[in-house]
Each structure stands twice: as structure tokens, then as C-alpha cells.
Design a protein around this ligand. Structure first.
Ligand SMILES: C[S@@+](CC[C@H](N)C(=O)[O-])C[C@H]1O[C@@H](n2cnc3c(N)ncnc32)[C@H](O)[C@@H]1O
Length: 259
């Protein structure tokens, strides 16, 4: 299986423009699953490694797993931690890890900004046999999509992108309350003790970062041609210029299910 939506140039935009995670996210995971330097964590749907890199200093080893080779290639280049291994695979492949890591050997399976691509009803029970007691599953989301936020500049961006793509934009990537409740209910149904925390911070954004973030969320077939991208950036700059300095309230949601 591959995830062609994240192939080619999209993986480059993803690595360059997607936010990393603040250390407070690793603090929450360390406390929730009592992580130590002896532990091994699987970061499933690791993409270009934003969460993998934050976890690496907290544990003995991290396995970053993703079905898209281009994302893994970016992750490998961007990561210097010596205790990370990169695996090509999807959520449907995690049982195959049992003979490799051993049953009950993982301290956590983290899924950051990626669960909406997976079959969570199947994944949560399947992960249990890989987890040590006190370990668990963490579902992390990294703020609302740039075009779905409750600000003037985000509304203007939404309008511009809807017109560019010829379709209304409403995909929330699992950040909305309905998805969060669905994931929490599925964790509880699979026998996990569920908790959730939100880490919130304010950050400035440039137009280039917004355009890069938008390109990182497009299917490669939707990207404007390379020679049209400067004009696209100027359209965004013009549409967002009435809104002054661009800022984002980033809410990182960490939903944990402890075994
Ligand atoms: C939006 S990125 C998230 C990357 C990173 N975890 C982060 O927090 O920024 C979603 C990732 O999920 C991967 N993905 C898509 N389908 C998947 C599946 N069935 N199993 C595992 N990962 C999958 C994609 O290749 C992509 O790298």
C-alpha cells in the first residue's frame, strides 16, 4: 500500500512548512504512558517525522512507520536522532511487527494527524497486543487546517481556495469534535482508559508559510504548475492583506487510551 496523496513535491512542502510539535506534547505522552529510556514507541503515519523527532529523546527507540516512501525519505533527511528507524508500512501492517518487537513490547503507538487515513476501529484493538501494561495509543492533532479557522484571514483563504479548487472546503482531518468523540468512543470500546488534553499556543504566520502549508495539504495533482506558484502566492497575499499581521492559535489535541 502507498499513500500517493503525500508523494512527490507534497512531501517536500510537508517537511518544510508543517509545524512540529511543542515539547509539552512529549511531556503529556511521557506522563500518560510513563515513558522511560528503555521504551520503544511506534509513530504510525509518521510522515516527515514531526512527532517522531520530539519523541526520540524521551525513549530508547522510535519506529517511524508510513506507507509513503517520499514522506519517509524526507523524514530520514530531516532527522538526526540515532535511535529512530523508518519502516514502510500502513496501519494494516502493524500485526506484522509482533514477531519483530515482541508482544507487549511497545510503550505507545502514536498516530499524529493521520488517523483519518486509517481504519481506527480495527487499529485500536490490534495495537493492544503490542503494548506493554501502562502503555497506550495516542491520537494527536496539530491545530485546525489553515483554511478552517475562526479568523478573518482564514475565511478569506477558504474562499480563495474553494474558488481555485472548484469545490467547497470542509475536510477537518480529524480535528473536529465529532471525530474526536468517535475516536474516544472507539478507544473505550477497545478497552483503553481514555483521557484528553489540549496544548494551546499562539504563533505568527507569513504568507509563504500559509501557501506552503496549503500546498502540503494538496494532492500532487492539485498543485499549481511550478511557474504559476509565485502568482498563486501573490493572490493569497492580496486576499489576506486586509487582516494585518497573521497569527494562529494552535490547539494541539492529545487523546490518549491507556492499556
Ligand atoms: C498529514 S500526514 C501526518 C504526518 C505526521 N504524523 C504529522 O503529525 O505531521 C499523514 C500521514 O499519514 C500517512 N498515511 C496515509 N494512510 C496511512 C495508513 N493507512 N497507515 C499509516 N499511515 C498512513 C501518509 O502517508 C502521511 O504521511
Amino acid at each position: 500500500m502507498t499513500a500517493p496523496e503525500f508523494g512527490g513535491e507534497v512531501s517536500e512542502y510537508y517537511q518544510r512548512y508543517r509545524r512540529g510539535y511543542p515539547p509539552a506534547v512529549a511531556d503529556v505522552l511521557t506522563t500518560s504512558f510513563a515513558l522511560t529510556g528503555e521504551d520503544v514507541v511506534l509513530d504510525l503515519g509518521c510522515g516527515t517525522g514531526q512527532l517522531t523527532r520530539v519523541l526520540a529523546p524521551r525513549v530508547g527507540a522510535v519506529l517511524g512507520m508510513d506507507p509513503e516512501p517520499a514522506m519517509l525519505a524526507q523524514a530520514r533527511t530531516a532527522t538526526s536522532a540515532p535511535n529512530v528507524s523508518w519502516l514502510l508500512g500502513a496501519d494494516t501492517d502493524i500485526e506484522a511487527l509482533t514477531p519483530v518487537v515482541g508482544p507487549g513490547r511497545l510503550a505507545a503507538v502514536t498516530v499524529a494527524q493521520a488517523l483519518h487515513w486509517m481504519d481506527h476501529e480495527r487499529l485500536f484493538p490490534a495495537a493492544r497486543s503490542l503494548l506493554r501494561p501502562g502503555g497506550g495509543v495516542a491520537v494527536v492533532t496539530n491545530g485546525e487546517p489553515l483554511w478552517l479557522q475562526d479568523t478573518g484571514w482564514s475565511s478569506a483563504l477558504r474562499e480563495l481556495l474553494s474558488s481555485f479548487l472548484g469545490t467547497p472546503l470542509h475536510r477537518t482531518c480529524g480535528t473536529d469534535p465529532v471525530s474526536q468523540t468517535r475516536y474516544a468512543d472507539a478507544l473505550a470500546a477497545a478497552g483503553y482508559v481514555v483521557d484528553s488534553q489540549v496544548i494551546s499556543y499562539d504563533a505568527a504566520l507569513t504568507v509563504e508559510e500559509i501557501v506552503g502549508g496549503v500546498f502540503s495539504a494538496m494532492n500532487p495533482s492539485q498543485l499549481p504548475a511550478a511557474d504559476e506558484r509565485p502568482a498563486f502566492t501573490e493572490r493569497v497575499r492580496e486576499a489576506l492583506s486586509p487582516f494585518g499581521p497573521l497569527r494562529e492559535q494552535v490547539r494541539v489535541r492529545v487523546l490518549t487510551g491507556t492499556r
